[in-house]
Design a binder for this molecule. Structure first.
Ligand SMILES: NC(=O)c1ccc[n+]([C@@H]2O[C@H](COP(=O)([O-])OP(=O)(O)OC[C@H]3O[C@@H](n4cnc5c(N)ncnc54)[C@H](OP(=O)(O)O)[C@@H]3O)[C@@H](O)[C@H]2O)c1
Length: 308
């Protein structure tokens, strides 16, 4: 296989930045990276991470996944419009009681997390079909498999992404185009900082006192503990993304965090949905000591496994 051109979205920070830098610095020089971001003013950290690869195996371009014109302009600027691998990574988060979130804000989240993917695929799929080759890699989440308390809208956007890709994958395969959903658990990035910052500022007057209390006193501390115990680095997720891109037979789904897998496995163990529902309910409201102890054990396992 020759050098492949990989277009990555959302490279100003976090996973996108790590994936772009990792691919550009690949020892075997297998990739030419088009690292994109909506605001080129934020290119500093990527330039630093790219190091010597900048303007050699990595070029930085503007692309806003919410703007069709910017997607087209970016793709048109590439020789033959060729993109061998799309890494659809740009995404935003949102947590909190549903009653405190406006429909407009929910729409904005879907515009980035779901319609952003749809726009990119619409632009690139016809070319990939003509060439009878390509790989669509999508940064989904474990929340695209299993919904989590107070993540209703974010989780819904990742379920949308999962359904879209699962359907598309069949048609794409007919044209020799591969599809992969990368499903990280918690990853310590700007994403985490931004959602907690928004949560602290959130006006909870739209919901009842009990819900507000559960969000503030149960969900937020638990969620922070989960990030501290199970959180991966963006570099770890990038390493696994590269494995997926270079696999001879890329999987449709790839979960990056082995420690999180028991949680997602519950879903498949009981088609009625009772098992994951009961488990998450009890973990949250009844057995907080067991939950905290489990996180403690996981933290130790994580350290012992060298954070694999
Ligand atoms: N962190 C986690 O725990 C976690 C877990 C599972 C999955 N994920 C997924 O991983 C992906 C990357 O998240 P991250 O953790 O790396 O978060 P991050 O550090 O906040 O990065 C998100 C990136 O998306 C970009 N972005 C947002 N809206 C955009 C738009 N309209 N057009 C182009 N770029 C846009 C951001 O750009 P700006 O700097 O301009 O905002 C930023 O570069 C997301 O899809 C997220 O859902 C994250």
């Amino acid at each position: 296989m020759g050098t492949r051109r990989v277009l990555v979205t959302g490279c100003s920070s976090g996973i996108g930045l790590a994936v772009a830098a990792r691919l550009a610095n690949d020892e075997l020089r297998r990739f030419k990276v088009v690292a994109t971001m909506r605001d080129l003013g934020k290119r500093g950290p990527l330039e630093k991470a790219a190091g010597d690869s900048l303007n050699k195996t990595l070029e930085i371009k503007q692309l806003d996944v919410c703007c069709e014109a910017s997607i087209r302009e970016c793709v048109n600027s590439l020789p033959d419009r060729r993109v061998d691998v799309l890494v659809n990574n740009a995404g935003v988060g949102m947590i909190g009681p549903l009653e405190c979130q406006s429909i407009d804000v929910m729409r904005e989240l879907f515009d980035t997390n779901f319609f952003g993917l749809a726009r990119l695929v619409k632009e690139l799929l016809p070319d990939m079909k003509r060439r009878q080759s390509g790989h669509i890699v999508v940064m989904s989440s474990v929340m695209g498999i299993q919904g989590i308390l107070f993540n209703d809208v974010y989780s819904a956007s990742k379920f949308a992404v999962e359904g879209f890709c699962e359907s598309l994958a069949v048609q794409a395969l007919k044209f020799n185009i591969k599809t992969t959903l990368v499903e990280p658990g918690p990853v310590v990035t700007e994403f985490e900082r931004k959602v907690y910052e928004d949560a602290e500022k959130m006006d909870l007057s739209g919901t009842d006192e009990e819900t507000a209390k559960i969000f503030r006193e149960v969900y937020l501390p638990y969620s922070k503990k989960i990030f501290a115990s199970l959180g991966q680095t963006p570099e770890e997720v990038a390493e696994q993304t590269v494995k997926v891109i270079t696999a001879e037979e890329p999987p449709l789904r790839h979960q990056t965090n082995r420690l999180y897998m028991p949680m997602t496995a519950l879903k498949h163990a009981d088609p009625t949905g009772r098992l994951p529902l009961d488990t998450f309910y009890k973990m949250t409201f009844k057995h907080d000591r067991v939950f905290n102890a489990t996180l403690g054990v996981m933290r130790i396992l994580q350290r012992m496994a060298g954070k694999k």
